[in-house]
Design a protein around this ligand. Structure first.
Ligand code: BGC
Length: 410
């Protein structure tokens, strides 16, 4: 639907008549890798087709770099038109401070509640009964990506699960390869830990720690096994020497590393490199042990503005992001699962098909973005960064500190 003068009253309509009814909307996000840029291009294309204009506000680095910038612009009175956050609790305080736009009317008109794949995602956008964000995908962290070439070069079979990767690690080392590529940014080491928790420990353990926030379990024997696996991961990651997640993915793509634990956004990189799932690389959801996928992912939030033209463009963007055609085009490039259950992903690759099958079986679990506050997440990030960079920290020491964080977690 195009803007028409009748939608707007008085002076706003007069102002619009000189701008051919197009509205520029700055959209901030942290999608800067090759695969991510290709995917976000689909959003821009769909929005521009409404007669408005997507003004791209990509912030390089990672979510950890981008989010403080986004938040300070919103709280500092210089809001963008729309911004990405992970759906969950990252924007909770901005909503509570009254800074974000209520999207309930758009969500009701688009019947979001009826078509959404996982209602928990909309619940995460809802505060006091009002919907404040448009979720755009389900990304899950629980994937092990493996280079088929690396294992062929090392003369071992491609592992079918985490334990087989650990067993194959010495052979990869002999050939000068890094068994597990891990980028240096804090969120990546935390990701490895959380995936070991759900993949090796299973759903109950993961939820006892992150949902029930049971400090006794966090300090107990089952979580000790996870820290021992984390010790293996630390050892296997030595020599990665990269910071960004996509540099680590590139080590897998080029056969310099055996594998990487990373969210399914990594698929976008394999696609850009024209690698084929099952032939050039393999993917093991839940580390090949517990086939469980977390409902991580992205949502768009819209800062409140006192401008009818921008406000209408914000509603239009929310509608477009959720539309079936946009959902298919975007998610195929992004490597994520669509937010709608009424779209057909016939073109999905082998790995996405595995994800869709797990989704159909109800194998989803809430993400840590949904379960713990950003403050608790930062404390875990700090602990994991120290553990990976300082080999004098034992798994036992690290577990003690972890249990302390969970004890005071909110
Ligand atoms: C986002 C993904 C993104 C990844 C790496 C995650 O927080 O949910 O969409 O691809 O970060 O940038």
């Amino acid at each position: 639907m195009k803007f028409t003068k009748t939608l707007l009253a008085g002076s706003a309509a007069i102002a619009l008549s000189t701008s051919a009814f197009a509205t520029d909307l700055e959209v901030t996000h942290w999608w800067t890798s090759g695969g991510e840029a290709a995917a976000v291009g689909e959003f821009a294309k769909a929005f521009d087709a409404t007669g408005n204009k997507w003004v791209d506000g990509a912030i390089a680095g990672s979510g950890g770099t981008a989010r403080p910038i986004m938040i300070s612009r919103i709280t500092g009175g210089d809001p963008m038109g729309a911004t990405q956050f992970n759906h969950g609790r990252q924007a909770e305080e901005l909503v509570e401070a009254g800074l974000m736009k209520d999207l309930t009317a758009v969500a009701e008109a688009g019947k979001w509640k009826d078509v959404i794949n996982e209602i928990g995602l909309l619940d995460s956008c809802t505060i006091d009964g009002k919907i404040y964000c448009a979720p755009v995908n389900i990304h899950s962290w629980q994937w092990l990506w493996l280079s088929n070439k690396a294992f062929a070069d090392a003369g071992v079979a491609v592992p079918a699960n985490w334990n087989e990767l650990v067993a194959a690690a010495p052979k990869l080392r002999e050939k000068g390869m890094v068994p597990l590529a891990v980028g240096g940014q804090p969120w990546q080491t935390t990701g490895v830990f959380n995936v070991l928790m759900s993949g090796l420990g299973g759903k109950d353990l993961y939820l006892k720690v992150y949902d029930a926030k049971d400090a006794e379990v966090a300090g107990g024997a089952d979580v000790a096994k996870i820290f021992s696996a984390l010790n293996d991961a630390r050892e296997m990651s030595r020599g990665s020497n990269v910071q960004d997640w996509n540099q680590a993915t590139n080590m897998v793509i080029t056969g310099k590393a055996g594998g990487q634990i990373m969210g399914d956004w990594a698929q976008g990189e394999f696609q850009i490199a024209e690698q084929v799932a099952g032939t050039d690389y393999s993917c093991l959801p839940g580390l090949g042990v517990n086939e469980l996928l977390s409902t991580n992912g992205d949502a768009f939030y819209f800062p409140k503005v006192d401008n009818a033209e921008i406000s209408a463009a914000q509603d239009k963007l929310a509608e477009v992001l959720f539309a079936p055609t946009t959902q298919v085009a975007f998610n195929l490039k992004k490597g994520s699962l669509p937010i709608r259950k009424d779209v057909d992903l016939a073109a999905a690759n082998d790995c996405m098909k595995k994800g869709l099958a797990i989704l159909a079986k109800g194998g989803l679990v809430k993400s840590t973005d949904q379960l713990i506050s950003p403050d608790t997440a930062t404390q875990i990030d700090d602990l994991m960064t120290q553990f990976f960079s300082d080999e004098s920290i034992t798994p036992e020491d690290a577990q003690k500190r972890f249990a302390g964080i969970i004890k005071s977690a909110d």
